[in-house]
Design a protein around this ligand. Structure first.
Ligand code: FE2
Length: 378
């Protein structure tokens, strides 16, 4: 509930029951007007452009109507109501964090102490609440397991069907991960793999990876996941200058291991939003190409920071390890969580299928579940 509204020139100030004052600009309020001429009642899409709003928009009246704010704009002479809750949800008259390397409030970083979030195949298919919890874990932790699924090829596509769409790449709609006699990519051999994000040479990178286990009787072959955001935060704490070097200079990545494919990207290992929030990690020794965007004077420092970042990622205290059983799978947020595997021997067999999907599909499904069934939210 709002209590008072005053206006002075292009600014409205409202205060609530607690006396907390919040300011809004005339141009901002006019742009975000909720009336049916400004916003389509059905889909909520804006019907006007910035050019449709008079540049000299100002406020001729502001008053409280049953706890909400009513504003009259000039020169249009237009009166619009803004619900108090809507204003509270969208207030921008506050301190804006700018510290480099912070995480979004919805994210929880972790190390090896984390119990892997996990859901059951049948439950996520039958129960929206279980499905919501599983998707929310991916959003919060950047990975989640799914157990109890069928031991059938292409089951991973059914995992993706639960929240979105497969992102097809030059590796196909999905790919096989098992020993090959003549491997074209190290992921298909029995060697261990350093923790990495997939396909940093794509732009954008695949947002999610799904790895689905069909056989895993070989020695070793454990999956390990590492929170790249936690690793970045550790680097920032231990070596702020090195963190800034990795964040503020593009690395280069390339893959051209197949005929007709030459993928290249120029992106930093630690990507920040313009106001400093962690956006993405790209880390892959196999597909790094020569770094040519770091000033000569900083190259040795850059390499020192790169080595330190790798040491943190390789630190056993960082990784959560688990062995996938047939019918089990996991999703990683490939923009955040690195995955690795221990080496496995030729005794027995290991067969995984992998595919990619986009994050937005998962986040949209999660948000829509929350909107339709808010009682399902924890
Ligand atoms: Fe990988």
């Amino acid at each position: 509930m709002l209590r008072t509204a005053t206006h002075s020139g292009p600014i409205v100030t409202v205060s609530d029951d607690d006396g907390v004052a919040t300011r809004f600009h005339a141009i901002w309020l006019r742009d975000n007007a909720l009336d049916p001429e400004t916003r389509a009642p059905g889909n909520g899409q804006r019907l006007i452009t910035i050019g449709d709003i008079p540049a000299d928009t100002t406020i001729s009246a502001a008053r409280i109507v049953q706890g909400d704010l009513e504003v009259t704009f000039q020169p249009e002479g237009k009166t619009v109501l803004f619900p108090a809750d809507w204003l509270a949800d969208h207030a921008y008259d506050r301190d804006h964090p700018r510290d480099l390397g912070r995480t979004a409030p919805s994210i929880t970083t972790w190390d090896r102490a984390l119990t892997p979030p996990s859901a059951d195949w049948n439950a996520v298919h039958a129960n929206p609440r279980a499905k919501r919890g599983w998707l929310a874990a991916v959003a919060q932790y950047g990975f989640a397991r799914l157990t109890g699924g069928p031991v059938e090829p292409e089951s991973l596509l059914r995992v993706v069907d639960l929240f979105g769409y497969v992102r097809e790449t030059s590796y196909g709609r999905y790919f096989e991960v098992r020993t090959e006699v003549n491997p074209s990519n190290l992921a298909y051999t029995g060697l261990g793999l350093q923790a990495h994000t997939d396909n940093p040479y794509r732009d954008p990178v695949p947002g999610l990876q799904i790895l689905y286990c069909l056989e895993n009787s070989a020695e070793g072959g454990e999956s390990i996941v590492v929170d790249g955001f936690r690793a970045a935060q550790r680097l920032r704490a231990e070596n702020p200058e090195g963190f800034a070097l990795l964040a503020h200079h593009p690395a280069r990545f390339e893959y051209s291991g197949s005929d007709g494919v030459c993928l290249r990207s120029r992106r930093p290992m630690i990507e920040l939003s313009p106001d400093g929030e962690l956006v993405a990690i790209r880390f892959n020794n196999r597909s790094s190409s020569p770094f040519v965007d770091i000033p000569f004077e900083r190259m040795e420092d850059y390499y020192e920071a790169y080595r330190q970042f790798a040491d943190i990622i390789d630190d056993p205290a960082m990784g959560v390890a688990f062995k996938l059983e047939p019918g089990e799978s996991f999703i990683v947020d490939n923009t955040r969580v690195l995955h690795a595997r221990t080496g496995y021997s030729g005794a027995g067999s290991r067969w995984l299928q992998g595919c990619y999907a986009d994050r937005d599909g998962l986040l949209s499904t999660l948000a829509a579940l929350d909107r339709v069934q808010p009682e399902a939210a924890e």
